[in-house]
Design a protein around this ligand. Structure first.
Ligand code: AMP
Ligand code: GLY
Length: 426
């Protein structure tokens, strides 16, 4: 088989590594990819939003399966464009990817189908949002730009003043671009967060092993929200009781709701959950693997990822037994100092060879590229590498992952030192 993966981050590297393990695959392409992905796939210089070129490439190379990793092309309709050319593709169509593409859509869906989530109100005019804040809101309050904003369009505001400034930033200044044409104002929830990824074939859902992300930039969950600074899997807080509740009220209910709305979902649904005192509630949906969640979940999956993608596309997931290793994984993101605001790129990375030939250590590349010499790997983004280790226990995986963060070096290397610290308290 020939497989094309669309995207260029740590998630796509983890997907590519999974695909490379499949005995069914002879050739992997990745568009546009990065330096690490380039070691196991042929990187193609086509951007993830260049639908015509991607489709033409898949046809020219007679690609057997396309896996879309990123949110933007999914929400923009890449799956529809590929299907129109009879290309086999894994991921939700545009009308289903709206589950991630519009927070207003997903909140209304949850309300209509009684899926537990935070109370909310939606506004398309800044004056109305401000009026609501003055008269009805309780603080802290959560503001969310409706559309995609690289995971950064969520503001938690402690005071009325902060919330007013937030409405202004999102709706008037359009800090997150057109994502801010509508705003969701939401009740602030407290509890532990868990990420649960699932495979969906339109009607059946299979749950992957849970994970816990660390979204803030600084130790102690301080600083700005990022795409994710590291995570671990499984989450010890995702108990049997939590799982039972979510299976009963959240997972299948979401899949059925999408089907009932004429938007059958095929691909990966990522449930961002808050485990509150009143039970688990959905914070957000994503229509794709999480990044870095994919880096700790996929290395633990026993199934051939190609079989799973095929079952989702063919609607035969009910016949598939999804299995994970009885172990644990921890991923620590090595970022560029200054991320997520302002950072420099283009520094050489040393020590990558230390990971070669190891089966329990992975160095997933997020923002890297090859220098013009074709040999030196350079930093090329805010999140640079996802250093991941597996172990028999979370404690062991954590120790190994932090050891391995010392193997690699680059100028302005930055990481959090408390990824998985919660494990010690569990
Ligand atoms: P989202 O992109 O919707 O997942 O939001 C990003 C982050 O903001 C989440 O991972 C939470 O840490 C936080 N967050 C979002 N919604 C809420 C909420 N209703 N209450 C408390 N924190 C929230
Ligand atoms: N790690 C969170 C996300 O992928 O959205």
């Amino acid at each position: 088989m020939k497989v094309l993966i669309v995207g260029s981050g740590g998630r796509e590297h983890a997907i590519a590594a999974s695909v490379a393990k499949s005995g069914k695959v002879d050739q992997i392409y990745c568009a546009p990819g990065n330096a690490g992905i380039g070691q196991i796939a042929q990187c193609v210089p086509i951007g993830a939003m260049e639908f015509d070129r991607l489709t033409a490439f898949a046809k020219e190379k007679a690609v057997d399966l396309v896996i879309v990793g990123m949110d933007d092309p999914l929400v923009g309709g890449l799956v529809d464009a590929m299907e129109a050319e009879n290309i086999r593709v894994f991921g939700p169509r545009k009308n289903a990817a709206l589950l991630e593409g519009s927070k207003a859509f997903s909140k209304d869906l949850m309300k209509k189908y009684h899926i537990p989530t935070a109370d909310y109100a939606i506004f398309s005019q800044a004056e109305d949002a401000l009026e609501y804040l003055h008269t009805r809101a309780k603080f802290p309050v959560v503001l969310k730009a409706d559309g995609l904003a690289l995971g950064k369009g969520v503001l938690i505001c402690n005071t009325l003043q902060e919330a007013e400034d937030g409405v202004c930033a999102i709706m008037t200044e359009r800090r997150f671009g057109s994502a801010g044409s509508q705003i969701v104002i939401e009740e602030f929830l407290t509890g532990r967060e868990v990420s649960v990824l699932s495979f969906v074939d339109g009607k059946t859902i299979r749950i992957m092993s849970s994970a816990q992300d660390h979204k803030r930039a600084l130790d102690g969950d301080k600083g700005l929200n990022t795409g994710g600074m590291g995570n671990f899997s499984p989450s010890p807080f995702y108990t049997k009781e939590v799982d039972d509740f979510c299976r009963k009220y959240i997972y299948q209910a979401t899949v059925d709701a999408m089907a009932a709305e004429g938007r059958p979902f095929k691909g990966v649904i990522f449930f961002g959950l808050m485990l509150t005192d009143d039970g688990p509630k959905v914070l957000e949906y994503n229509a794709r693997f999480g990044d870095p969640e994919a880096q700790v979940v996929l290395p633990r999956m026993k199934n051939d990822i190609i079989d799973v993608c095929n079952a989702c596309i063919d609607g035969t997931l009910d016949q598939l037994d999804l299995q994970f290793e009885d172990n644990a994984a921890v991923c620590v993101v090595l970022a560029s100092e200054g991320y997520p605001v302002k950072y420099e790129k283009g520094f050489p990375i040393t020590g990558l060879e230390r990971f070669e030939g190891k089966t329990d250590y992975f160095c997933f590349h997020a923002g890297t590229k090859l220098d013009a010499d074709g040999k030196t790997v350079l930093t090329n983004g805010g999140r640079v590498l996802g250093v991941t280790a597996t172990g028999a226990t979370l404690q062991e995986a954590r120790k190994k992952a932090y050891e391995a963060t010392e193997w690699v070096d680059f100028a302005n290397k930055y990481m959090r030192h408390d990824i998985g610290k919660a494990i010690e308290e569990a």
